[in-house]
Each structure stands twice: as C-alpha cells, then as structure tokens.
Design a protein around this ligand. Structure first.
Ligand code: ADP
Ligand code: MG
Length: 737
C-alpha cells in the first residue's frame, strides 16, 4: 500500500495490512474492511498526565501508573483450578522505590507480555489485600522508550489474547494513514455540525484513535455517538413521516354510542393519567392517519380500561378491534375483565342482549374446532366488535370486515413482523396501541420505540394499598420456617398467596414466556461456600407445601406454561375464585393477572429474576385495597452483586426509578435485545442512558430536516448514509419492534 492511497469504508484490509495480518484481524474481530476497523473504538484512554505514585495510591479508586516489572511469579490455586500470576512492579516516582503487587487469575496474556524489566502502563482499582495494596487484573499497555517519553493518551481497545492492544494500535496507524475526505466525505450538514459543535468525520477518526489529549478523544467519541443517534432518528422520523402520509379511516365515535353508555356504568372515576392518555388516543383515532402509540403505565395503573374505551370509540364508528396478548393466561384474563367491565354491553350476539351491545370473543390456540369456527365467523361477519386472543389472532384464518384498532399488550413479546401480520388484516392500516407495564425511560422510548408516540400514566387509581418488600436470606434456618408460617398466617386470614419459582421442574424451564429484551442476564452463581440447594422448582415446591401440616386444609394449585390449556385455565379459575389459596407458578403470572384478594407474593431464589420482572411480579398483589407483602428469598450472601438488584427492588416501588437504575448498570446490547438474538449490538457508540441529552438533540435536528420542505432531498450524502445505516443496522433493530 502507499501512504497517499485514499481508502474508503469498503477498502479491504488485506490491501492495507497484507494478507497475513488481515487474516489475523478477521479471526480476532471479524473485520475485513477499513470501515470496520476504524469503527473499532477504544474503550477508554490511559494518560500519563494522570499518573499516580505507587507510594500514594488511594484504596478503592481507579488509578493509572507507569511501572517496571520486577518479578513475575506463578502460583497454583488451592481451591479452584487454574493459576494466579503475581507481578511485582515498582515506579521511580516515589521518595524511594515503592513496589506494588498485581494479580492475574489465569493470566496467560500477562505472563507472556510482562517480562521482568519491561515497562508498562497499568490501570485498575486499588484494593487492600492482607494489609498490602494491590491491583487485581489491571489493564496494561506495554511501553517502549519512545512512548514513555510521549505524553499522549494511550487508547485501550477491546482486545484479544492473540490480538493485544499494541497490535491494534499498529494496525490503526496504517489505516489512519490512508484516510481523507475524498474517501470519507462529511455527511452531517454543516449547520448541524456547527450548532452542536461536532467535529468533522475524518478528524474524528484521527482523534478517537490518536488523540493529543483525552478531551480530544472524547470530543471525537461524541461525534460518533451523535452520528449514530442522528442517523437512527432520521430513519425513524422518515418512517413516522411516511406513516403520517398514509390514510386511515377516521374513527370519531358517536355522542350516544357504546362508549357513552359504558362511561355511565363505570363504578369509579378515571384517574388523571387515564383521562389524559384517553384524550391523546381519542385524538389519534380521528386523525385519519394510522396511529402508533405506546401506552406506558405502572402495573395496576388501569391501562386495560384506557384501551377498552378506545376500542369502544372505534366500534361506535363501525369498526372492529383486536386485543393481542402474549399468553393464554393473559388473553383469558383480558377477555374476562373486558366482559366484566362491559356487562350487558358486551353481550352482543347473545339472546335478548342490549341493542347497543357489541360481541366480545376469545380466540386462543386451545379453542376447539366448533368454538374456533364460531369465533372466526363472528369476526369475518363483522359482528364481533372485540376479539381477544394470543398469537393465534395472527393466523391467516382470522378475517375482519373492518379492523380499525389493534391493541397489543406487553409490546416486547411481539415483533414488528407480528404487528404487521395483524395490520395486513385490514384494508386500511388500523390504528395501533401498544400497552406496556415495563417502564421505559424517555430516551429509551425515543430510541427503541422512536416511531411510536408515547402516552404515560404514572398515577395509580386511588385505594391502592402499599406493598412492603423484604429480602429473606434462606441461609438462616429460622427464616425458612418463618416464611412458611407467614404464608399460613395469610391463608388463615382468608387471603391468597402467590409463590413464584424460577423453573417448572428439573428438566423444564418456562418457555411459554420469552425473556424480555430489557431483562439482564440473571446471575445465578451462588457465593462460595454457601450450602445452596438446587434451584427450587414449581414441582418441588408443590410437593413440599403439600407435605406440610400447616397447609393440610389449604388448596394449593400450580400454574406454568408446560400445562395443557384447560389445566391452566382451571388452575387460574380456582385461584381467581378464591377456592385455591396458594398458587405456585412460574413467571406466567408476571403480567396482567389481577386477583384482588392476593396479599402475599413469595419469590423463590429471586436472584434468578431481573429488576423489572421482580417489579412486575410484585405488582400482582395489593390490588384490592389490602396491604401486600412481597418476600424475595435467596441463598446468596448479602454482599453478592445479584443481591444488590434485590436491594434495589426492596428500596422502592417506583417502577420508573427502578428501570433507570437498572438500565444505567447495563450494556446497551442488553437494552436493545441484541445479546439475545446473538447479533452484535445495534448501537455501537451510543449509550441510551448516558447520552440522553445527545439523543434528544439529534432527534430535534433530525425532525427539523425531515419535516422541512425538501426533507432529506437537499442532502444526498446524508440520505445515502441513512440508507446504508438502515440496511446494515436498523433492519434487525426494527424487526424487534
Ligand atoms: P394495568 O393493566 O395497567 O396493570 P389494570 O387495567 O389491570 O391495570 O387495572 C387494575 C385494576 O384497577 C383493575 O381491576 C381495574 O378495574 C381497576 N381500575 C382501573 N381504573 C380504575 C380507576 N380509575 N379507579 C379505580 N379502579 C380502577
Ligand atoms: Mg393489564
């Protein structure tokens, strides 16, 4: 290669590095082009300017030191397999030579890199071990003589054993030497760059990989974060603009229709949250363009009622509606609750029904042939106003005369594809309302659900009793007895108890429910030494409770996704009616289930669940004015990281607060669900929480361009960048919905 060559994104790396090195890069990182290599951004920088002296290291803080390796010593571990590498280093900065111990568990790389006499920059957290300071698994970068004298920050890249930091930096030198504005033209419009003080594209590549100062490096990072947010928001704004141009039947309702009649029968007044969200949705419905709205509300905030009122408005305008639920249990519950709410207004098609009444039907996978036929006919003839169901609503067999509104409960269980399948059942695009109880911070909503409008209900209906939450450490033997006694106390009072277990049986896990994309990967490692029994299962718990004297006269039922539908419905019915006092289940009861007499929620081995899941589970109790208690049991030590999650849930019942603390701790891949699909994280640089302000600004900039007279036409380079970004990254991103 020649230094004057102008690379582009697509330039193959073997032209730049030669075939052998290019192959190594490909093996290590999967990159084959200049563009991919340039997007391998440093995780952080180490800076000589911030060097600490070994003699003055502060315990518990992150430090960076430059030091010389004095000795390297390998020890076998007693308790576990593997080895411990001990490296003693010393610096020349202190009054006299001070030394510091560093340890690397299975430190194969460190053993190879850190030879006696070599100098490196180390960085990590200082800990105190047996009265000596040490760094455990510090990051390091070997320095040669020239670098020791060089004050520039050192980028620290995601690296592998075979492709360490130093080699990445060498590759980057070669790549950067050949880039210029011809191959990497600026596509962000100048006024946008200026008003947001964003550095140009080529300069930013230079600065993020070879900054003169750390500040320069971070400014460059901001460019790429902004670029990413901007392209994403442009694509979303275009989608939204496109949707707003499509026609949809306006559903203005009538003054004296079903909705009006229903409102008269309501035994309570709507909360402010319900009124405002209801108004927003009602306005959407008359707009004449397909609405896509996300209705967010705390567990128990009364979303179903808001959705039902919207459905009635559509029915009053001659349309039909569908409500899509993620599980059979939930579909069944929604159906029951809608029937109950509507009373005689929901008896359409039945003998002697109210003339204003509409027909409400339920379609699930377990419906018998005759029932199925009856339900399908009702929808296809236009008689059914509300069809509740699971994914079986998506089947080709389901036809409507005039589907006007689709309500989706718990958005994250359905992808865009499935929503599209429902949409395609209507001649005109139907309005779409998505309900979720998983609190989504605003910036996440803007990013992940960027093409949805958002309605938020933070208030709960009055009369909700408080819920007390406690962690129950099972290592204390007395605690187990306490736990069961507490359950017996509750049932003795005529109240009901949920017991949630992480698994169905030793063999079966719950797969009826897909994990939520924004759940973290649960950490189930027991702390060392604790005599933790195998994870509790629904089957074992059922057996255990059944064998206990205190529950001899108590009806105990199980509920999980592995049961046939009739059994599930039967168990739910038994609990709903109050006949069964204890329901042992998996997370199938996580959303929607609404039994007012339930006052105690026991979550077994709670560390298996994520924060939002725990919060959802807790929302199942305290619904009928009776105060609730949520007990989260765990075998883990109080200091275990997973117990921190439980402590967060214990400390507040504000779902939005929990969601934010939850998200702050997590990697973006988890938030966007990319880790689940196995693909790489969709957002490369952007951090949905940390970059909240930047995302908001990018959204504004994107909207003003898309809503402008010529849209993106004035900026062909930008349009191309958006399309490229959409092709590569957004497709997967949008598929998840
Ligand atoms: P969400 O789906 O948001 O978790 P639900 O729609 O299941 O909440 O409502 C929870 C309970 O509150 C239901 O029993 C419902 O009938 C009741 N409810 C809804 N709105 C009100 C209100 N404005 N006042 C009193 N109770 C209400
Ligand atoms: Mg609900």
């Amino acid at each position: 290669m020649t230094a004057s060559a102008e690379f582009t994104n697509e330039t193959p790396l073997d032209i730049v590095l030669g075939a052998a090195s290019a192959r190594k890069v490909e093996t290590a990182f999967g990159y084959s082009t200049v563009g991919q290599m340039l997007s391998h951004f440093p995780r952080r920088y180490m800076e000589i300017g911030e060097l600490s002296k070994i003699s003055e290291l502060p315990v518990g803080e992150d430090v960076t030191i430059v030091a010389e390796v004095k000795s390297v010593n390998q020890r076998r571990m007693h308790s576990r397999s593997g080895f411990l590498l001990e490296v003693l280093v010393s610096d020349a900065l202190g009054p006299e030579q001070s030394t510091l111990r560093m340890t690397f568990f299975n430190g194969y790389e460190a053993k190879r890199d850190l030879q006696v006499g070599s100098t490196a920059m180390f960085s990590g957290k200082v800990t105190l071990y047996r009265n000596h300071l040490e760094l455990t698994h510090p990051e390091y970068s070997l320095l040669d003589a020239a670098e020791e004298a060089d004050p520039r920050p050192i980028p620290i890249y995601p690296a592998t054993a075979k492709f360490p930091n130093k080699k990445i930096r060498e590759v980057m030198e070669l790549v950067l030497a050949g880039i210029g504005t011809a191959g990497f033209p600026e596509f962000i419009p100048d006024p946008v760059l200026k008003s947001h003080r964003i550095p140009g594209r080529v300069v930013s590549y230079e600065h993020i990989h070879r900054p003169q100062t750390v500040t320069q490096g971070y400014a460059a990072r901001k460019r790429f974060a902004f670029e990413e947010a901007f392209l994403l928001q442009l694509a979303l704004a275009q989608r939204r603009a496109h949707r707003m141009k499509q026609p949809a039947t306006s559903r203005s309702g009538t003054a004296d229709g079903l909705l009006a009649a229903f409102d008269k029968t309501l035994p309570f007044t709507l909360t402010d949250g319900q009124l405002i969200a209801g108004r927003e949705i009602a306005d959407d419905l008359v707009r004449g363009h397909p609405m896509n709205r996300l209705l967010q509300g705390e567990v128990g905030s009364g979303k179903t009622l808001v959705a039902l009122r919207a459905m009635l408005q559509v029915i009053d305008s001659g349309g039909q509606t569908a409500l899509l639920a993620p599980t059979e249990v939930l579909a069944q519950q929604h159906y029951q609750s809608i029937k109950n709410h509507l009373g005689s207004l929901g008896t359409g098609g039945e003998l002697g029904s109210d003339p204003r009444a509409t027909r409400v039907d339920l379609l699930t996978g377990s419906a018998g042939a005759a029932e199925r036929k009856r339900v399908l006919l009702g929808a296809a003839s236009g008689e059914t106003g509300i069809l509740v169901g699971t994914h079986s609503l998506l089947s080709d067999m389901v036809r409507f005369v005039d589907l006007g509104l689709v309500v989706v409960d718990e958005q994250h269980r359905f992808g865009v594809e499935q929503r599209d399948a429902l949409r395609s059942k209507a001649d005109m695009p139907p309005y779409m309302l998505v309900m979720t109880a998983t609190p989504i911070p605003r910036t996440v909503a803007m990013t992940v659900f960027g093409d949805l409008e958002v309605s938020l209900m933070r208030t709960l209906p009055p009369g909700r009793a408080p819920i007390a939450t406690h962690i129950v450490p099972l290592q204390l033997p007395a605690m187990q007895q306490r736990l069961f006694a507490r359950m017996a106390e509750e049932t003795a009072k005529g109240h009901q108890v949920y017991v949630v277990c992480p698994r169905i049986s030793e063999k079966a896990v719950e797969d009826d429910f897909l994990p939520m994309p924004i759940e973290p990967t649960p950490d189930t490692t027991a702390s060392d030494g604790a005599a933790k029994p195998a994870t509790m299962t629904v089957e074992k718990m059922l057996e255990l409770l059944g064998s206990m004297e205190i529950f001899a006269n108590t009806e105990i039922r199980a509920l999980h996704g592995g049961m046939p539908s009739e059994e599930k419905a039967d168990a739910m019915m038994a609990f709903d009616s109050g006949r069964a006092s204890i329901l042992v289940s998996t997370t199938v009861i996580e959303v929607g289930v609404d039994v007012h007499n339930a006052t105690l929620m026991v979550i077994i081995d709670a560390e298996n669940f994520g924060i939002s899941q725990l919060h959802q589970l807790r929302g199942r109790i305290g619904r009928g004015g009776l105060p609730g208690t949520c007990l989260m049991t765990t075998w883990l030590d109080a200091e275990h990281p997973s117990v921190m999650r439980l402590k967060a849930v214990e400390s507040t019942t504000d779902g939005f607060l929990l969601a934010e603390s939850d998200l702050n701790e997590r990697r973006e891949g988890d938030i966007l669900g990319a880790s689940q699909s196995g693909s790489r994280s969709t957002l490369k640089v952007l951090r949905v929480m940390k970059d909240a302000k930047l995302i908001a600004r990018a959204r504004e900039a994107a909207e003003s361009i898309v809503d402008g007279d010529d849209g993106l036409r004035t900026y062909p380079g930008l349009q191309a960048a958006v399309e490229e970004w959409v092709d590569e990254d957004m497709q997967a991103f949008l598929e998840r919905g």
